[in-house]
Design a protein around this ligand. Structure first.
Ligand SMILES: *[C@@H]1O[C@H](CO)[C@@H](O)[C@H](O)[C@H]1NC(C)=O
Ligand SMILES: *[C@@H]1O[C@H](CO)[C@@H](O)[C@H](O)[C@H]1NC(C)=O
Ligand SMILES: *[C@@H]1O[C@H](CO)[C@@H](O)[C@H](O)[C@H]1NC(C)=O
Ligand SMILES: *[C@@H]1O[C@H](CO)[C@@H](O)[C@H](O)[C@H]1NC(C)=O
Ligand SMILES: *[C@@H]1O[C@H](CO)[C@@H](O)[C@H](O)[C@H]1NC(C)=O
Ligand SMILES: *[C@@H]1O[C@H](CO)[C@@H](O)[C@H](O)[C@H]1NC(C)=O
Ligand SMILES: *[C@@H]1O[C@H](CO)[C@@H](O)[C@H](O)[C@H]1NC(C)=O
Ligand SMILES: *[C@@H]1O[C@H](CO)[C@@H](O)[C@H](O)[C@H]1NC(C)=O
Ligand SMILES: *[C@@H]1O[C@H](CO)[C@@H](O)[C@H](O)[C@H]1NC(C)=O
Ligand SMILES: *[C@@H]1O[C@H](CO)[C@@H](O)[C@H](O)[C@H]1NC(C)=O
Ligand SMILES: *[C@@H]1O[C@H](CO)[C@@H](O)[C@H](O)[C@H]1NC(C)=O
Ligand SMILES: *[C@@H]1O[C@H](CO)[C@@H](O)[C@H](O)[C@H]1NC(C)=O
Length: 742
């Protein structure tokens, strides 16, 4: 039996007058138990945990009936407390918590690492609390993250189904819609994690992500502990184009277990200064293709701009055809024009989805199927309490890799609908590399995939080594195989960084690492194959046909989203350090993927330290002055490099051309000069003549100029850039449409 660390607190329903000093939420009863530990310890967020061996409420026979265990892998990226110790129970065991009457939060933490010579990944067990079955036949290994129950009894709302004190809820999704990851520390004292919503957006209708630095005014109906202010100051809306908005639903899709009811809590707040009155923005909410709410007018419900509200909906997901344990739940928003509102738009700021217990009190669902290639976010992080890299794979971008018995990705609570794949076996390989995080290939597999590294399959040559196109799994999967020069020291470090980083990160706009090979001193990385090569291959010095402006904008927006994810989708910011057009790859659908994280660095992770001092690496022509000169690296260095990429895309010329007159040699310098001089049209790629709507070019130029600002602090965040590019794209659509009309 595997055990868990546990935290329990009581929801405090009295609205307190909050001062800056105390968080909005203060539990009345509070237990933090570090299972398997005999002393008290402090976690990274400075909370003190009691060791359960000495805990005053532990049963006296705890030492006879269970045994403590310490994880063998001391992964520095995992917060030590409470993950590094566990308690193992060979038979049923009960912890008793003396609590006052009222609703409770319960968080269980699992980290199925190998400990004391035992492979904890093989344990299956059940957990009950009161009359509620929280988990049955549970495998922390299979589940890894996320479905760790966090049960709560939220206070009652007016709704058809009363959620009374017999009901237990499990948190499935908690999203800061249109915003960044909010880590436990930055929550309201409840230590919840609010993730990004992009991975759950369906289709191309991403809308816009407006955000505004307004003071959120909480009320007695929506007290401050309901959600932190950052959830309300960021949002996702449909966009500026009325005709486009009338033709799509803003849609999110979530995978859930069949046979349960789900509570959707939608958080709303109008933040844009122009929306202050009733009947300006009215929309319909659909859940699973049914109208859940025909008419939501946030100002009508909240009374004012900057005042947050939330609405709860319950939806029943019936058992499927008996084979599929998981089903997709659809949430859709669509403008409601019945009352002739001023705008044709919809908005959402935050979203929580809870699973409600079945009538027998159970919350337990079947184990997720283990599917290769659906690596969860940060597989070694086993609880929502611990940071992780945020997003799981986008619903529509699931890579399916046929398993051939290699060590496979530790799956996953991943909210994607997976059909039962081929059954897989797993094994742990005690190597310094995280073989459990991505697939390990033998050198003979690599040789057969690349026909022994034949030149015919070589698709790239670089200072680091060669890149080959290869075929694995009996030719079923095409991959890109990068063979690093094993003589280079820097190569070895970059090899480790690349595996360490990429195996934890999954995003539509990051290239996916499938696996690696380190046999015979080789350093080989295996990636998804990107059919259309690098972005540069489509800009200049190329035979390829010229890309359309729309296509270029899509690619830039994709890259911006990928960088935004690196900077904010994980608790510890990741700075890429080598953003350039040859590190941006394109798949067969022209989706942009950021590659080459080998140089990347974890950013500063405390507020006082705002930069990382480092030896300058990166590519000439893309590096900003502050970094180059003072070796001070911040995420704004990536913003600068991205600004240079935007200019490359606009002008289709190399970033450095030494043959040109001195003022024109550097694209960054020359481009910014022309932007400020109002002569940017003279440097635009001639192939784009007549394609760019003037409003769009103006916005695009504004973004480039701001990204290239000398002072990092003055440059926008990637979140601002994403929003700016979304806006530019909409301007192109609207104005382009008008141009076409003419
Ligand atoms: C934890 O406490 C230490 C020492 O008081 C402090 O330096 C650190 O910033 C705190 N960390 C957090 C996450 O609050
Ligand atoms: C637990 O062990 C102690 C001594 O170590 C012994 O006195 C006690 O009877 C044991 N209890 C059970 C339930 O085995
Ligand atoms: C559990 O169920 C029993 C019988 O249905 C009931 O008497 C008891 O009060 C319940 N306990 C809790 C904590 O709800
Ligand atoms: C549950 O609610 C009922 C009525 O609302 C109340 O009588 C009962 O004491 C509550 N039980 C607990 C355990 O809070
Ligand atoms: C909702 O509609 C979509 C698109 O038409 C469809 O794929 C999906 O299966 C529907 N969901 C349900 C629960 O009917
Ligand atoms: C939006 O979703 C609803 C419910 O699924 C569906 O009936 C409607 O056709 C959708 N509208 C558009 C424009 O896709
Ligand atoms: C949850 O379980 C309790 C029994 O523990 C039951 O009374 C209640 O109706 C269940 N809630 C739902 C929504 O089925
Ligand atoms: C427990 O879960 C495992 C993995 O999903 C499954 O193979 C097994 O059949 C389950 N056992 C029971 C008793 O449901
Ligand atoms: C671990 O990987 C090596 C190759 O790197 C292989 O020879 C060995 O058999 C593997 N061990 C296990 C337990 O799979
Ligand atoms: C592959 O090439 C290496 C040297 O390039 C050679 O030593 C080896 O025999 C070749 N293996 C096969 C299977 O052809
Ligand atoms: C881009 O990808 C598509 C689909 O694989 C392919 O047909 C096309 O030839 C590629 N274009 C280039 C220039 O590589
Ligand atoms: C700057 O703008 C002025 C006025 O539009 C123009 O005459 C001049 O040529 C521009 N300078 C350069 C270097 O393009």
């Amino acid at each position: 039996m595997l055990t868990f660390a546990l935290s329990l607190s009581i929801l405090h329903l009295i609205t307190s007058t909050t001062s800056d000093a105390s968080p909005p939420y203060t539990p009345t009863d509070y237990f933090l138990l570090n299972c398997g530990s005999s002393s008290s310890s402090t976690s990274a967020d400075n909370r003190t945990w009691d060791g359960d061996a000495q805990w005053k409420f532990s049963p006296p026979n705890i030492a006879n009936t269970s045994s403590p265990s310490t994880a063998e892998e001391q992964n520095p990226a995992v917060t030590q407390v409470p993950f590094m110790t566990a308690r193992l129970f060979p038979s049923q065991f009960t912890y008793t918590f003396p609590v006052s009457i009222g609703p409770k939060f319960l968080r269980l933490y699992f980290y199925p690492a190998t400990s004391s010579g035992r492979d904890n990944s093989k344990f299956f067990f059940s957990v009950t609390a009161g009359n509620h079955t929280l988990l049955t036949n549970f495998s922390a290994f299979l589940t890894s993250t996320g479905t760790v129950p966090h049960t709560t009894f939220p206070h009652q709302r007016k709704q058809p189904l009363t959620i009374d004190n017999t009901t237990a809820l499990e948190t499935l999704y908690r999203l800061n819609v249109g915003g960044n990851l909010v880590s436990g520390n930055d929550d309201t004292g409840m230590y919840r994690i609010w993730r990004q919503d992009d991975p759950y957006i369906y289709g191309q209708g991403f809308g816009l992500t407006p955000h505004r630095d307004v003071t959120i005014r909480y009320t007695s109906d929506t007290p401050a502990y309901i959600a932190p202010a950052t959830v309300y100051t960021t949002s996702r809306t449909m966009g500026i184009d009325v005709s486009v908005n009338l033709n799509y639903n803003l849609t999110w899709i979530f995978a859930v277990d069949s046979g349960f009811r789900y509570l959707f809590r939608l958080h709303f707040c109008e933040i844009l200064p122009e929306v202050t009155r009733v009947n300006q923005r009215v929309f319909t909410v659909f859940l699973n293709n049914q109208t859940a709410d025909p008419e939501v007018d946030v100002i009508q419900l909240s009374g004012d701009n900057g005042v947050p509200i939330f609405k709860d909906y319950v939806v029943w997901v019936p058992l499927g055809d008996g084979r599929r344990s998981k089903q997709d739940l659809w949430l859709e928003l669509y403008p409601n024009m019945d009352t002739k509102p001023e705008y044709t738009d919809a908005i959402l700021n935050g979203l929580e989805i809870f699973k409600l217990n079945q009538s027998d009190g159970s919350l337990a669902g079947p184990n997720p199927e283990l599917v290769v290639g659906t690596t969860p976010e940060a597989p070694y992080l086993k609880s929502p309490e611990k940071e992780d890299s945020g997003a799981s794979p986008p619903v529509l971008a699931v890579r399916r890799v046929r398993d051939s018995g290699q060590s496979v990705a530790k799956s996953s609570w991943v909210p994607i609908s997976v059909t039962a794949g081929t059954s897989t076996s797993t094994k742990t390989n005690a190597s310094s590399l995280p073989s459990d995080l991505c697939r390990h290939f033998s050198i003979s597999e690599i040789r057969s995939a690349t026909r022994n590294f034949t030149d015919e399959l070589m698709i790239g040559i670089g200072g680091f080594g060669n890149v080959y196109k290869g075929y694995i799994d009996d030719g079923a999967t095409t991959v890109a195989i990068k063979r690093l020069d094993s003589k280079s020291n820097q190569g070895a470090r970059e090899f480790q960084t690349e595996i360490g980083m990429l195996s934890k990160l999954r995003h539509l706009h990051l290239v996916s690492l499938i696996g690696y090979c380190d046999d015979d001193g080789e350093m080989i990385l295996v990636y998804d194959y990107m059919a259309n090569g690098t972005l540069r291959d489509h800009l200049y010095k190329t035979e390829n046909p010229s890309l359309s402006w729309k296509n270029r904008l899509q690619i830039c927006l994709g890259v911006a989203r990928g960088l935004h994810y690196l900077h904010t989708g994980t608790k510890h910011m990741i700075i890429h350090r080598d953003v350039k057009s040859t590190n941006i790859l394109l798949d067969d659908k022209w989706v942009a993927k950021i590659s080459d994280l080998g140089l990347s660095k974890m950013g500063p992770n405390n507020v006082a330290q705002t930069h990382v001092t480092t030896i300058v690496k990166g590519s000439f022509g893309y590096m900003d002055h502050e970094y180059f000169r003072y070796q001070q690296l911040t995420e704004k260095s990536d913003v600068y490099s991205f600004g240079v990429v935007l200019l490359e895309v606009l002008c289709a010329r190399p970033v450095i051309v030494t043959e040109l007159p001195p003022e024109q040699v550097s694209l960054a310098v020359w481009g910014r000069y022309c932007l400020q001089n109002g002569t940017v049209d003279q440097i635009v790629d001639p192939h784009l003549t007549g394609q760019i709507a003037p409003e769009c070019l103006r916005k695009f130029g504004e973004i480039v100029d701001s990204c290239l600002h000398d002072k990092g602090i003055q440059r926008p965040t990637m979140s601002d850039v994403v929003w700016g590019l979304e806006f530019a794209m909409q301007l192109q659509d609207v104005c382009g449409w008008i141009l076409d009309w003419d």
